[in-house]
Ligand binder design. Structure first.
Ligand code: DNO
Ligand code: MN
Length: 357
């Protein structure tokens, strides 16, 4: 594995590349062109400039999170042809610039869903949290309003203002879309992009739906072992792979995370490692990475990644807000740096132990 940190670019991130470089063991960043819109072609020049900036700080671009998918592709509308052509052009430009991992998701309308961005924990830190009763009480169009005061001034990924402005229309468009339709549309998209992925050796890494069940009646398919196996088989190309995100698959306590990891040998191209603390099955919060702070056995998760010979980029996922930091919720420096150090420690111990036999 290669330890990395997500970075949104200097115009959007409170964390600097210089700070990231001082986290022990972090040599790569996972970044994006945060101001591009789904469907837009990423120009070669902009990708080149992004790479140069990262490299000037002594780091390298280990992959992209995300190149977002336009809703019309997920909906299977005729306009998808042009939009997929554009996606292929973006992948070509990334490939020409020697970037080989792209994370994306196929969630209708919303990316991740949380009901609180700053829930206070007993130690005084604040974390993102999810409560099912709170979701059930919300009107989807108003979802962001209830948490907007806690963003620390950041633009939240998946909650871009022009997307939010059209939430109602989008809901109407998804009215008749079933899980089967969504699988079909994903298959169509993947079949079209696989040739360019083969040509440039680009690993596509689908991010799971978060939480791993339908919210607001929208279909959601990347949620469990069965569905992800179906996806791997329906386009059986090693470049069609996954982002294994423990915090997203882990929202459903029925998902056996180490077992899922083992079943995806060779197809995990990117790993997000984080812990959740469940207060009940309908209420969880994003704990510190340490096993004892949450509900997951982080040793078993990292061990499973080690055992399948995972070599891709890995990153600590959302961190708590600690030590007075003001940053995008989930994406401060301090707790993610602690997470990286912890995962590195687990990995070193597992590796040394395995080599000792
Ligand atoms: C949440 C992230 C997601 C993820 C996208 C990938 O913080 O894990 O927003 O980046 O779903 O496309
Ligand atoms: Mn994730």
């Amino acid at each position: 594995m290669e330890m990395t940190l997500r970075w949104y670019g200097k115009d959007f991130d409170t964390v600097t590349l210089e700070q990231i470089r001082q986290i022990p063991g972090v040599k790569g960043v996972i970044t994006t062109l945060y101001d591009t819109k789904p469907g837009e072609v990423w120009s070669r020049e902009r990708i080149k400039a992004m790479k140069a900036e990262v490299e000037a700080a002594g780091l390298h671009v280990a992959g992209i999170e995300s190149v977002n998918i336009h809703e019309d592709i997920k909906l299977g509308k005729p306009s998808r042809e042009q939009l997929i052509d554009n996606y292929i052009e973006t992948l070509t430009n990334l490939g020409e610039e020697d970037i080989h991992m792209v994370c994306y998701n196929f969630m209708p309308v919303f990316d991740w869903t949380r009901t609180e961005l700053a829930r206070k924990r007993p130690d005084g830190s604040t974390v993102l949290a999810y409560n099912q009763a709170a979701v059930d009480a919300l009107v989807p169009e108003k979802m962001f309003d209830s948490i907007a005061g806690d963003t620390n001034g950041s633009l939240m990924p998946g909650w871009e203002p022009d997307r939010l402005a059209h939430v109602k229309e989008l809901f109407d468009e998804y009215k008749d879309i079933t899980d089967e339709d969504l699988f079909e549309n994903l298959k169509y998209f993947l079949e079209r992009i696989m040739p360019v992925c083969d040509k440039y050796d680009i690993n596509m890494a689908i991010h799971p739906d978060d939480p791993a069940w339908p919210v607001f009646g929208l279909p959601r398919i990347i949620i469990n072992k069965e569905n992800i196996q179906r996806m791997m088989k329906m386009v059986d190309n090693p470049h069609n792979g996954v982002t294994f995100c423990s915090g997203s698959y882990g929202t459903n306590l029925e998902n056996d995370l180490p077992d899922m990891i083992r079943s995806l040998k060779g197809r995990i191209h990117f790993a997000h490692v984080r812990n959740l603390k469940f207060n009940s099955k309908d209420d969880f919060e994003e704990a510190a990475h340490l096993s004892s702070d949450g509900s997951f056995d982080m040793y078993e998760i990292v061990k499973a990644l080690y055992d399948i010979g995972f070599t891709g980029p890995i990153r600590p996922d959302h961190g708590r807000m600690i030590w007075g930091e003001k940053a995008m919720p989930g994406y401060g420096l301090y707790d993610r740096a602690l997470g990286a150090a912890y995962i590195n420690g687990l990995w070193e111990a597992i590796e040394k132990n395995a080599k000792r036999g």
